[in-house]
Design a protein around this ligand. Structure first.
Ligand code: AHR
Length: 322
């Protein structure tokens, strides 16, 4: 709620209370307006995330102004400015990249509109520019992927050559998943990342970049580490087209745990996926309501997640919600 609106409401609330009308009854009349800037529709994960936010807003009776940025930061900045101009009560967004948000977040703060970060973090000096950040611990996801590989390869004596498909350049998950994974594998010098390139979190780019990796390195590749399932699924196609067996000739590790990954695991083509839950909608709507009720939110709300190797895929599949 912006400063002006808060003042008007405070005044009205005081007047209604003085007239004997309970504050709760007064508060019920106003529908909360939430402006949400989504990154795009680059992956199965993102589609599930959008669906979760839209359905949770409906369920919570919150008016949602939804904007799709098509993976461009400039579109997200435009959307946030438009939310400010429309004087929404709360702004939430999933930032496509980490840096470059200072100016627009200062504008939101000056307008008295609280900002919630969902899924991805921003890199700004002044933490008061956002209220809370809810989402996964990407660093830990990278570590989980690394730990799984170290255990899987513990008896291997020679070099383990890894190719890496990174997420969107400059995005929080790409930075942290790389860092977390490297932190673990560097404990044993046999693990070598021989190629690393962005696949922008999409299937098409994942396939394209994997084709290039295979052309350059061929059978030298022992492991593929993909920062999301979509890129891994694209890469699986490239591996098969090159006449190799995914998950056998090349061990494949990815992140998200979307249904597509479970299908790939059940078909014996993907070894493991680390969970990253997109179902942030209900949590976000609760946070919006809490904010509007004047509650203080924790600065960080971390999503609890697991890891699913191919051996448990068939058993887990019926429980998957995305
Ligand atoms: O920010 C979360 C990441 O973004 C997911 O892992 C990826 O699939 C999505 O596009």
């Amino acid at each position: 709620m912006n400063a002006q609106r808060r003042q008007v409401i405070a005044g009205l609330a005081a007047a209604t209370m003085a007239a004997g009308v309970p504050l709760a009854a007064f508060a019920q009349k106003k529908k909360i307006v939430l402006g949400f800037s989504q990154i795009g529709a680059e992956s199965e994960w993102r589609t599930a995330n959008t669906e979760s936010i839209k359905s949770a807003a409906k369920e919570a009776g919150i008016e949602l102004k939804f904007s799709d940025a098509q993976q461009k930061q400039e579109n997200q900045i435009k959307a946030i400015r438009s939310f400010i101009a429309q004087r929404v009560d709360v702004i939430a967004f999933s930032p496509v990249v980490e840096s470059g948000w200072e100016t627009v977040l200062r504008e939101a703060k000056a307008a008295g509109i609280p900002v919630i970060l969902t899924d991805r973090a921003v890199n700004v000096k002044d933490d008061s520019l956002w209220v809370t950040f809810m989402g996964s611990d990407f660093l830990e996801e990278g570590r989980k992927a690394g730990r799984w590989l170290v255990e899987k390869m513990k008896d291997v004596k020679g070099d383990v050559n890894i190719v890496e498909l990174q997420g969107t350049v400059g995005s929080a998950p790409a930075i942290d998943r790389k860092r977390g994974f490297e932190e673990i594998i560097k404990t044993d010098p046999k693990f070598k990342i021989i190629r690393s390139q962005t696949g922008d979190f999409t299937r098409a780019k994942g396939k394209e970049v994997m084709e290039a990796f295979l052309k350059a390195e061929g059978r030298k590749i022992n492991v593929l580490y993909a920062h999301n399932d979509d890129m891994a699924i694209g890469a699986i196609q490239a591996i098969e087209e090159a006449g190799l067996k995914p998950a056998q000739d090349i061990i494949i590790i990815s992140i998200d745990a979307v249904k597509g990954a479970f299908e790939a695991m059940m078909a014996g083509k993907l070894n493991v996926t680390v969970e990253c839950s997109p179902l942030l909608g209900p949590q976000l709507m609760q946070a919006v309501k809490d904010l509007m009720a004047g509650k203080t939110l924790p600065k960080r709300i971390v999503t609890e997640e697991g890891i699913f190797p191919m051996e448990v895929a068939a058993k887990e599949f019926p429980n998957r919600k995305y």
